[in-house]
Design a protein around this ligand. Structure first.
Ligand code: TYM
Length: 334
């Protein structure tokens, strides 16, 4: 079993990242036996598909490392690094470009969403983004990849690339990874629109809870979150068609390790005036300690760089045999 996952170091971690992915990273890390490490990385090579100033990029990598550690990633047990420190990612991505098909990439919904109407003006990097993601995963023979629902298609593509490479070159080089997607929190929605994903790129900060938000900001965002005037039903199935209500109940259930049915039973007959303060309270209780640790860690550049250096060294050594195997299979002499 090998657990691996990544996150783009662009801007703040938000509640969607935390409940959809990072919380599971920490759980899987904590359940791992002492000999096997999990691999978690900052996808800074992916982040060049979004324009950013150089200084911001440097800062964002360190801050995302600090945020992951604040969430519970332990750099002594897990391998924490950024892609740019491990050239094998870019190298394998190039080799896999010979295997991935344009038709496969054309079907990627994330590319369609991000490129929008101006496809011709989108960067090549944005188009081949999923091939780099496949390289990230296949380099380490990952078996379990904890991600939110929006990454499922990229995982399927990774399997297709791995299978075609193994078949085309008659090797058993790449392991086929499985996505590990949480049941309740796979898709946390915007607080302003229950049909849109909570995301870093939403222009309205009121649409998301950032892990750096103060207690007051969290309470205010929940108070202003879009809802409906109906009281809560006693079973979650009755929430159908009430996207915003379903999202908030799902967040509460995930944070309290409960189920939407149990949360409905608890608040049945009450309106959002009663439910929202309870939700704000569990959010504040969960996020406050993370925020406090993050603030302590984020400015210690030397310590964060040392952690990423150490992680990258380990990552390079684990990635090397797979990369060599790919060159070898292709007949590329080094
Ligand atoms: P990224 O940086 O967009 O998001 C990081 C993780 O957070 C999850 N996530 C969500 N989960 C639930 N609800 C939401 N609203 C929500 N928003 C984000 C994402 O599913 C993801 O798990 N391409 C990836 C980074 C990546 C990667 C990889 C992941 C690069 N290489 C290899 C796994 C394996 C991305 O942009 O995630």
């Amino acid at each position: 079993m090998r657990v691996l996952s990544g996150i783009q170091p662009t801007g703040n971690l938000h509640l969607g990242n935390y409940l959809g992915a990072i919380r599971n990273w920490v759980k899987m890390q904590d359940e791992m036996d002492a000999e096997s490490a999990c691999f978690f990385f900052l996808a800074d090579l992916h982040s060049i598909t979004v324009h950013e100033e150089r200084e911001a990029r440097i800062r964002n990598v360190r801050e995302m490392a600090a945020a992951l550690i604040a969430c519970g990633i332990d750099a002594d047990r897990s391998v924490l690094f950024n892609q740019a420190r491990v050239p094998a990612h870019a190298e394998l991505a190039w080799l896999l470009n010979g295997t991935a098909r344009i038709g496969w990439l054309n079907r990627m919904t994330q590319f369609k969403d991000k490129a929008g109407k101006n496809r011709e003006g989108a960067s090549v990097g944005l188009f081949v983004y999923p091939v780099l993601q496949a390289a990230d995963i296949l380099l380490y023979q990952a078996t379990h990849v904890p991600v939110g629902e929006d990454q499922k298609q990229h995982l399927e593509l990774t399997r297709d690339i791995a299978m075609k490479f193994n078949t085309d070159f008659g090797v058993e080089l790449f392991t086929l990874p499985d996505p590990y997607i949480p049941k309740e929190s796979a898709r946390i929605m915007s607080l302003r629109d229950g049909n849109a994903k909570m995301s870093k790129s939403d222009p309205s900060d009121m649409s998301r809870i950032n892990l750096t938000d103060t207690d007051d900001e969290i309470a205010q965002k929940i108070r202003k979150a879009k809802t409906d005037p109906e009281p809560l039903p006693d079973v979650a199935s009755a929430l159908e068609g009430r996207a915003e209500a379903l999202n908030l109940i799902g967040i509460y259930a995930t944070l309290t390790e409960s189920t939407p049915d149990a949360v409905c039973a608890q608040f049945a007959g009450q309106g959002f005036g009663a439910f929202k303060p309870a939700l704000a309270e569990v959010l504040v209780d969960t996020l406050r300690p993370i925020r406090e640790r993050f603030v302590e860690l984020k400015d210690d550049e030397a310590a964060l760089d040392a952690i990423l250096d150490k992680g990258a060294e380990k990552a390079r050594s684990v990635a090397a045999p797979t990369l060599s195997g790919a060159y070898e299979a292709l007949g590329l002499m080094r």
